[in-house]
Design a protein around this ligand. Structure first.
Ligand code: AMP
Length: 275
């Protein structure tokens, strides 16, 4: 694949890259379509990265549907699928660069609830970027903290890769599409749209109530739903991920939420103030 991409680059073709863990849905395909519209060759990777799972059971149960994924990628006009085995991504003896320091970015929210997750994510994204060397990298807003960390990674590496943030694709009832949604029970699936409802209400209150109060009210609202246990609901500045204490002077704010719905952990977010 590297040889193939080298040839394309020599012919002046641009490469767009969307890394995924497979079990593809419309959210992933929106990244592929955007890449296809903006670059000459779209590469999708499917790699369930063991390094970013802090829970071995979650890794084992992560949905894997390679046959279906290939059909979806063909329909979306994806040019190349990179689906390497673990030994190809991390061959024995391969020396990886020392991990980057993301300062505060990997500390709150997912960082606090999934120890080691972002170190594993950063490790694989850096390795995949090294292999694919794209001109543009397509990430979903769905994983907002991941996006902010990769943005910082590219800044630290002084990379010329253009990072593109793709909007969250939702089901008709507002639930953000996720590979994990198929693991929800019928009851859980019926409850899950209340996550986006809480985010939408937070947006309506933005600028009217203090951020802390909005967070509290959202947490209370989510806790009232039997079968749902919110882990956090935080309003943060979009680049630094520092908590927003007051609306004064804030030009970029995002509400981020993680909720356990039965056994399944779902995350979502909503941009409250877009710069
Ligand atoms: P994953 O396979 O969950 O690692 O996701 C791969 C990429 O697809 C990441 O950049 C995600 O943010 C993005 N993605 C996942 N779900 C959605 C969605 N519902 N809308 C937009 N992008 C998404």
């Amino acid at each position: 694949m590297q040889k193939h991409l080298d040839r394309l680059r020599q012919n002046g073709k641009t490469i767009g890259f969307a890394p995924t863990m497979g079990a593809l849905h419309e959210g992933h395909l929106s990244l592929i379509r955007q890449a296809t519209g903006e670059t000459d060759c779209t590469v999708c990777s499917i790699f369930v990265n063991p390094a970013q799972f802090n829970d071995p059971d979650d890794l084992k149960k992560y949905p894997r549907t390679p046959g279906k994924d290939i059909g979806l990628l063909n329909n979306a006009a994806c040019d190349l699928l990179f689906m390497p085995p673990v030994e190809e991504v991390y061959p024995p003896g391969l020396e990886l660069p020392p991990p980057l320091d993301f300062g505060f970015l990997d500390q709150p929210m997912e960082g606090a609830h999934r120890p080691g997750h972002f170190a594993g994510m950063a490790k694989v994204v850096r390795r995949l970027l090294d292999i694919v060397q794209p001109d543009r990298l397509y990430l979903g807003q769905k994983d907002f903290q991941q996006y902010a960390i990769v943005q910082d990674m590219l800044r630290q590496l002084q990379s010329s890769i253009r990072l593109v943030r793709c909007p969250i694709v939702r089901e008709a009832d507002g639930l953000a599409m996720s590979s994990r949604n198929v693991r929800l029970t019928g009851e859980g699936r019926a409850l899950a749209p209340s996550i986006f409802k809480a985010l939408r209400q937070a947006k309506e209150k933005t600028g009217k109530l203090p951020p802390r109060q909005i967070e509290q009210e959202a947490l209370e609202q989510l806790t009232l739903q039997p079968g749902m246990v919110p882990e956090y609901f935080e309003i943060v500045e979009g680049d630094s991920l520092q908590p927003v204490e007051s609306w004064e002077g804030v030009s970029y704010a995002v509400a981020c939420v993680a909720v356990k719905v039965g056994e399944i952990r779902l995350i979502d977010n909503h941009i409250l103030i877009e710069r």
